[in-house]
Write a protein that binds this ligand. Structure first.
Ligand code: ADP
Length: 454
């Protein structure tokens, strides 16, 4: 079981994902190094790791995003590899390259794959060549207003303007008619420039009721690739995932293998290694379109673990150490159904604004084969302004969707958090609503069923 190759790894992250990676490393007999900011000196991930190195002040741009300090910490502690988690440096090509330059293994894809997927327009060009279906649209270099507008007019409204450098739902604007184009373009460019330092746009046909279905892929250094099926992440608020599930309700075997094969083509087109996710929009007629590939472990990876019985962090560590994939496509199968609900310190009655404060009381539901809680906080911890206010991920599994949904509502009911406002009641109302039970899923779900949920 033990991976001989890595004796010690550094986790360049905080919160639940740092704790999650440490758990698997421990299981495999690998020593761990945590890094932390001023705000995190007493954090759970620090106490769980074998060693911890301070890397700077609380704001992430002064600590978790300063890759030179992360590399220095790895060298100082003799860590042979770095797991970047998600967010922060995980899709930062310069960091990936710096790891290599310092003879440290980056637990993730090669730098070329990160670069290729870092731009939504370059990614679309590559996928077009690999015969992966794309949302109709314009992803060219000419960024003049007239060219973008002409593309939108020809495609027909509604269209979606999307930041080429975008992520996290930022720099996106729907345009419902020709008259609204200029204003939307200005707004999207402004937002993109602020968030990403780049204002290039792509124009896509706006699908009005698509589902967001993504495929988990894995590739090893020997050129093998598999897909670990799909996750449905259609339940979103402002293009951010709220509840994810696997498998996707109503999925047919034919569609599943078509999407799985397309995802593998996407990964192979960029010589991928490690864990990746290919995101597709699925239209009501069964057509699916490549949206983007995330070159890291996703927040919602646990639902895939629950239905496949695989530990994806273990897969990442093995593949990064040069081992072949732990299982072939034929050896992988789906068992049962899983949900993940993201528990946030936020106020649904106040436009979901993040909430800060002390978790004066914290009692998650009991963990079992059916209920898993991935968290990075303990009772008494602070939820600060500095980082993402996610408190935990609640993951449930059962043999059928119906039973798993019962587990989810029960676990949400049992989740007790005192001292701060959270979205737990909102999640409970959502999970126990009739349309959710009936899996009437599309990305407009929350907007459409708003009165039912609140
Ligand atoms: P980001 O990288 O900012 O998260 P994505 O390209 O992944 O942006 O899109 C995020 C979400 O936006 C999707 O999950 C989907 O809900 C919506 N979306 C993206 N492209 C389209 C489109 N062409 N039509 C309709 N909805 C879209």
């Amino acid at each position: 079981m033990t991976i001989q190759y890595f004796h010690k790894i550094l986790i360049a992250n905080r919160g639940e994902i740092a704790c999650r990676v440490i758990r698997t490393a421990r299981k495999l007999g690998i020593r761990t190094v945590a890094v932390y900011s001023d705000a995190d000196k007493d954090a759970l991930h620090v106490s769980m790791a074998d060693e911890a190195i301070h890397i700077g002040a609380a704001p992430s741009r002064d600590s978790y995003l300063v890759y030179e300090r992360v590399i220095e910490a790895a060298k100082k502690t003799g860590a042979e590899a770095i797991h970047p988690g998600y967010g922060f440096l995980s899709e930062n090509a310069a960091f990936c390259k710096a790891c290599k330059d310092n003879d440290i293994v980056f637990i993730g894809p090669p730098v070329g794959a990160i670069e290729a997927m870092g731009s939504k327009s370059a990614a679309k060009t590559i996928m077009e060549k690999a015969a992966v279906p794309l949302v109709p649209g314009y992803h060219g270099d000419d960024q003049s207003r007239d060219i973008l507008k002409q593309a939108a007019d020809e495609m027909g409204y509604p269209v979606l303007l999307k930041a080429v450098a975008g992520g996290g739902g930022k720099g996106m604007r729907q345009v419902w008619s020709e008259a609204d184009f200029d204003e939307a373009l200005e707004a999207a460019k402004r937002e993109s420039l602020n968030a990403f330092g780049n204002e290039d746009m792509l124009v896509e046909k706006y699908l009005t009721q698509p589902r967001h279905v993504e495929i988990q892929v894995f590739c090893d250094q020997q050129g093998n690739a598999v897909y670990l099926f799909e996750r449905d992440c259609s339940v979103q608020r402002r293009h951010q995932k709220v509840i994810e599930e696997a498998p996707a309700p109503g999925m047919t075997e034919t569609l599943r293998s078509a999407m799985g094969e397309a995802a593998i083509r996407s990964a192979q087109a960029i010589n991928y290694e490690g864990a990746g996710t290919v995101e597709f929009l699925l239209d009501s007629d069964g057509s699916f379109y490549f949206m983007e590939m995330n070159t890291r472990l996703q927040v919602e990876h646990p639902v895939t673990e629950m239905i496949t019985g695989q530990d994806l962090v273990e897969w990442q560590l093995r593949v990064a150490a040069g081992e072949p994939l732990p299982a072939s496509q034929q050896q992988l199968s789906i068992s049962g159904h899983a949900f993940e609900a993201r528990i946030y310190a936020e106020d649904p009655d106040n436009d979901f604004l993040p909430v800060t404060g002390t978790l004066s009381f914290l009692q998650p539901p009991a963990s079992s084969d059916h209920v898993r809680v991935d968290t990075g906080v303990l009772q008494g911890d602070e939820v600060s302004v500095y980082y993402d206010p996610m408190i935990a991920k609640l993951i449930v599994w059962d043999e059928t969707r119906e039973k798993a949904l019962q587990r989810l509502t029960q676990a949400l009911k049992d989740y007790r958090i005192g001292g701060m406002t959270t979205n737990i009641d909102f999640l409970y109302n959502l999970a126990s609503s009739k349309p959710f039970a009936e899996a009437e899923l599309d990305t407009g779900f929350i907007e459409k069923h708003h009165p039912l949920i609140f």
